[in-house]
Design a protein around this ligand. Structure first.
Ligand SMILES: *Cc1c(COP(=O)(O)O)cnc(C)c1O
Ligand code: SF4
Length: 346
């Protein structure tokens, strides 16, 4: 029987570029610390946007209020490693390793944990059998950890089995590899992935500094393999909670043929409260984007509600109604009247 294997991790050596103090080592003993050479190379100075995303912070240990699994992914898991929250789509966790352990990760409880072994083949097998026997599932999202930490043969095996299921229409991969370890995206990987269309990739850029020659090349290879690319950004205090930064990021992504998909309000994850921003600030950022830059570059701003209630999109207040008159706010802040019909006649 085939096993699931990770890529040879010597090729994404953790960097020694960052030396942790005793205090931060204590944080790292709870929430593992790892940063690829590529990502460590983007740090310009301690405390910058890249640093904050990957270097432990003492505040990770002092937010007792929050939950390790606020989205109740554990409860929504019919079989280990599978999350089935919406009727028509599931998340399949195929890895708990990443090239960088992001300090704000929503699966902080899971990534880099314990022995760091890939999921056992039986676990994947059971999850695939579950998908096989649930014909409402049309969309399978591979996530983790980072799915592209699996070697090509393991990924191929999983994708082949998913593709063999008639009711699975699309397959998505959520990966931060183009940002954290772009060398992993090779022509061989892309040749393999393109055999499983319609296959989508959502990547995860959070800051314009993460757009480099290497990450651009990785996106180019994926896009040239016909893979539609989207991006999910997490709104992070001290990293990208700024309209100008977001604007540069979103426009930069479009140039890589990556379509901004979501800006996520920070989940209420234990150990990551210091990254939280008020929702009003997220709304201000959306207001600063919409109409000012192409709509192609404006993602949905979403809160993934606690207890598995699902994602809700938020938009700034732009509408008031008086009978059949709507008062709409333009991107320039002008209030414009629009005559609606309140009932359809005839
Ligand atoms: C985000 C998420 C999805 C996918 O949601 P889309 O809005 O379709 O991208 C599916 N399942 C779970 C559990 C999720 O958290
Ligand atoms: S790459 Fe994704 S899964 Fe891995 S630590 Fe970062 S946010 Fe979490």
């Amino acid at each position: 029987m085939q096993t699931i294997k990770y890529i040879d991790s010597t090729c994404c050596n953790s960097s020694n570029a960052v030396v942790l103090s005793k205090e931060l080592q204590a944080v790292a003993s709870i929430y593992p610390f790892k940063v690829s050479n590529h990502y460590a190379g983007l740090i310009q100075e301690p405390g910058d946007a890249i640093w904050r995303q990957c270097v432990p912070d003492a505040r990770e240990l002092d937010d007792d209020l929050l939950d390790a699994d606020p989205l109740a992914e554990g409860l929504l898991s019919p079989t280990p490693g599978l999350i089935h929250r919406y009727p028509d789509r599931v998340v399949l966790l195929v890895s708990n390793r990443c090239p960088v352990y992001c300090r704000f990760c929503m699966r902080k409880r899971h990534v880099g944990a314990g022995h760091d072994l890939p999921p056992a083949i039986d676990q994947i097998d059971n999850a695939i059998k579950y998908i096989q026997s649930h014909s409402a599932v049309q969309d399978v999202i591979l996530s983790g950890g980072d799915p592209l930490m699996l070697d090509n043969a393991s990924l191929y095996m999983i994708l082949r089995r998913l593709r063999a299921i008639k009711h699975v229409k699309i397959i998505r991969i959520g990966t931060r590899i183009p940002v954290t370890f772009p060398e992993r995206v090779t022509p061989e990987l892309c040749d393999m992935l393109r055999r499983f269309h319609p296959l989508y990739i959502n990547t995860h850029f959070n800051h314009p500094t993460e757009i480099t020659a290497a990450s651009s090349k990785a996106c180019e290879l994926l896009a040239d393999a016909g893979i539609p690319l989207g991006n999910q950004t997490v709104l992070l205090r001290g990293v990208n909670d700024d309209a100008a930064v977001m604007r540069e990021l979103m426009l930069g992504l479009l140039e890589l043929r990556v379509r901004p998909y979501y800006i996520h309000q920070m989940d209420l994850i234990k150990g990551a409260a210091h990254f939280r921003t008020p929702v009003t600030q997220g709304l201000e950022i959306i207001r600063a984007l919409r109409g000012h830059i192409t709509g192609m570059a404006v993602p949905h701003y979403v809160i993934d509600l606690p207890n598995g209630k699902g994602k809700v999109a938020l938009i700034p207040d732009i509408i008031e109604r008086e009978g059949d008159l709507l008062f709409l706010m333009t991107y320039q802040g002008e209030r414009v009247t629009y005559r609606d019909i309140t009932a359809v006649r005839g």
